[in-house]
Ligand binder design. Structure first.
Ligand code: NAP
Length: 308
């Protein structure tokens, strides 16, 4: 029986681990399929306090990992929680191999994953030119045109990063106004390698027959015009989906699947949630870390009250 299990190793999970480990609760971290979380798919992080020159996302996560290892946190790698029974103590988690773990307290920090448009051919070409991570895949597309879909900060960040490699970066946005912050929008719009196509959605991705991306079918929502765009890659940057499937029916969620919390407490005593899995508003590394700290302190108080 564990005292506390933490699901996820993003900024929220690592911070929760740091605090619970230093409180001698010997946390067990379940690492999942995206170790280090979303920051491992980012380049420069300029808004995490303490790094005046900025830091690369993967470096920041490496440092967080080393910091929690120093205090004895334990890891289970590449394990997915597929189900749970939170109806009473002990709390039970089922892993993908069928193993059941028992714990007194649970901190859910499973974050959110990139969304895709939902086209059949998009799905077929994921990993073959369709991707949601410029940092991971940008370097494969040197001196060729690529497209980015989305109008938020992520889309601008991806587009700017891709200018390092691609001959041209075409940003396709479904409206004529960006959602991104002004500073990111200005940077992207002023970049000579970035071109915008407004009011337009991607209706198909070609060519699964060739097992690679050769172009996109586009539809202008204002003029009704259809067109084709020849590109070698499609970077999808249209937001994220919280990773909460394993908790359906057991914890309260909002309409988009984000866990509903009071501070970091869920409706189940002993179950806490931190970071992007419960925050669709701020979604920053620093706010995720902050809520990981809060969840750890609340879990510690819960366990103390239970006499653990
Ligand atoms: P977001 O702000 O939710 O933006 C998603 C974008 O994708 C929107 O422009 C949206 O269009 C578009 N979109 C959504 N569904 C679509 C679909 N099915 N087809 C076509 N387009 C679609 O998501 P995000 O950019 O990932 O950012 C998430 C949060 O992280 C934000 O708070 C952001 O500020 C923050 N962030 C900050 C930084 C930074 O400061 N460096 C970097 C990355 C992210 P509409 O505009 O029409 O809704």
């Amino acid at each position: 029986m564990e005292k506390v299990i933490i699901l996820g190793t993003g900024a929220a999970g690592f911070t929760a681990a740091l605090y619970t480990a230093r409180a001698n609760l010997e946390p067990l971290l379940i690492e999942g399929m995206e170790p280090g979380g979303q920051l491992t798919t980012t380049t420069d992080v300029e808004n995490f306090p303490g790094f005046p020159e900025g830091i690369m996302g993967p470096d920041l996560m490496d440092r967080m990992r080393k910091q929690v290892e120093r205090f004895g946190a334990r890891f289970r790698s590449a394990s997915l929680v597929t189900g749970c029974d939170l109806s009473g103590q002990p709390l039970k988690l089922t892993l993908d191999g069928g193993e059941v773990l028992e714990t007194r307290a649970l901190i859910i920090a499973t974050g959110a994953s990139a969304k895709y448009i939902g086209l059949d051919n998009e799905k077929k070409l994921i990993g073959r030119g369709v991707t949601s991570c410029a940092t991971c895949d940008g370097a494969f597309y040197r001196d060729v045109p690529v497209a980015v879909v989305g109008g938020g900060d992520t889309a601008m960040e991806e587009a700017l990063f891709l200018t390092r490699f691609a001959s041209e970066v075409v940003v396709i946005h479904r409206r004529d106004e960006l959602r991104a912050s002004k500073i990111m929008a200005d940077r992207a719009q002023e970049h000579p390698k970035i071109r915008f196509i407004w009011d337009t959605v991607v209706t198909d991705v070609m060519d699964p027959g060739q097992n690679k991306v050769t172009g996109l079918q586009l539809h202008n929502r204002k003029t009704g015009e259809d067109s084709e765009l020849a590109v070698d890659a499609l970077f999808v940057a249209i937001g994220h989906q919280p990773n909460t499937d394993a908790f359906k029916g057991q914890l309260d969620m909002d309409a988009n699947g984000y866990l509903v919390t009071d501070s970091t407490r869920t409706k189940v005593p002993g179950v806490f949630a931190a970071g992007d899995v419960q925050d669709h508003v701020y979604r920053q590394a620093i706010t995720a870390a902050g809520s990981g700290c809060m969840a750890a302190i609340e879990a510690e108080r819960y366990l103390e009250a239970q006499g653990a």
